[in-house]
Design a protein around this ligand. Sequence first.
Ligand code: SER
Length: 338
Amino acid sequence: MRQTVVLITGAAGEIGHALIRRIAEQGVEILTLDLQALPPELEQLVAQHFTGSILDEELLDRILARYEVHTVFHLAALLSTRSEFTPITAHQVNVEGTIRLLRFAQAQGLSHGHTVRFFYPSSIAAYGLPDLATKAAAGQVREEDWGRPITMYGINKLYCEQLGRYFQWHYKQLDAEPQTRRIDFRGIRFPGLISAETVPSGGTSDFVPEMIHAAAQGQPYACFVREDARIPFMTMPDAVDAIFALMEADPTRLRKNVYNIAAFNPSAAEVRDIVTHHFPGAEIRFEPDLKRQAIVDSWPAAVDDSAAREDWSFAPHHDLEAAFRAYLLPRIRQRYSP
Ligand code: SER
């Protein structure tokens, strides 16, 4: 018999770090896949880690042969800044990788007979607003609006949301034997995420976590966007809570496959002010990189997350003030204390 596990791809990344700890607390067996090894403190929490690529079909087949996977958290991706330097590779990892995982989940569903719950982290990058005047006028953007992303990563995310919906509801719709509903695809369009434990790499929303972690270590920071740059953010614990809330929600209550969520949406200057308040010596200056700024300018300043609040009771704990007081300051001070 095969062992029942949940599979996490991209497990060594920022969301993976937080998710592994929380799933392990529930006593569920975890299988992880990442190009990188897992740090030892995480590796001890998982049943098995595969160091390898999501594009490796043979590896996915080996997993299929040995494990019964009922839940997939498909986190592996190249983030938005990195993807712009290697867009074709980004497409391979972000789109080809996702379709392979969807096929893998479909095969799992057929082999064990249960629907596979598939979590997909989409992003604020799935949006594309043409200019700052439109961004200001748009206010809280709904899931249906402004789906014209300007980055390869955003385009990949938007398309993979559609792929997930296709696999769930329409896969091989003309076959004699219907193959739909083997996958229950659930996605969240995350805002920028801020973790006290890890620092992101290769994203465009990185200016906020970078600013906070630099100040906590007493290092100067040159912020790559303007003081008035504004997009939504949330803390990593709120992001992980949201993943669980969505994944545990009654399927009959879900009107969408993919939901917006956010907790606060400060300008870069407002983050600088709260950081310098808590770390009085912090040296933060603004040196906008006009190209990365243009990407941030194309993302909405706020999102309408009323569908998530109504359908699966999304309710973040941390606004900007609480994010610092109750989460970031205690954890980050502990992390960098000598
Ligand atoms: N935080 C991500 C990035 O900046 C967006 O999903 O790429």
